[in-house]
Design a protein around this ligand. Structure first.
Ligand SMILES: [Zn+2]
Length: 143
């Protein structure tokens, strides 16, 4: 079998292999693979990945209908906070920013680590923070 006289990269697993090695040290894939062989391996690579990394927004949407108001809130809350500050509702603005910020982080961590409950707590936290901020802004009389 022909072997490369240079350091080569495996077509299947992308491992670097020393010169004159006929097969990949990592996965055993031949160095001089034909185009057909490489093509045959590509779909396998594609199938491996989703199992590991697929936890996408569509997955989240199935579980949490609350994510829609939470997402709107995440975008809208800075503007609302500025408005609250202008109306001297400092406590409400602070509650809103801290609550949405912390909840947003919890949601992000939950998605990253695939912990759906943490993500859900993040979503609920955002809605609760907004509700609390709304209460605070209505109870404090601006002078
Ligand atoms: Zn390999």
């Amino acid at each position: 079998m022909k072997t490369p006289s240079y350091t080569w990269i495996c077509h299947k697993c992308s491992a670097a292999n020393p010169p004159n090695s006929a097969t990949c040290e990592c996965c055993g894939f031949p160095a001089m693979a034909t185009g057909k062989q490489i093509q045959a391996e590509k779909p396998n690579l594609g199938n491996d990945r989703p199992a590991v990394h697929m936890f996408t927004s569509s997955d989240i949407f199935l579980f949490f209908p609350e994510i829609i108001p939470a997402a709107i809130l995440a975008v809208w809350s800075p503007f609302w906070a500025i408005q609250l500050l202008l109306e001297s509702h400092f406590l409400a603005a602070l509650t809103l920013l801290c609550g949405v910020g912390a909840s947003g982080y919890a949601f992000y961590s939950g998605v990253r680590s695939k912990q759906k409950y943490l993500a859900y707590i993040g979503v609920l936290g955002m809605l609760l923070s907004a509700g609390l901020a709304l209460q605070l802004s209505q109870h404090v009389v601006a002078t």
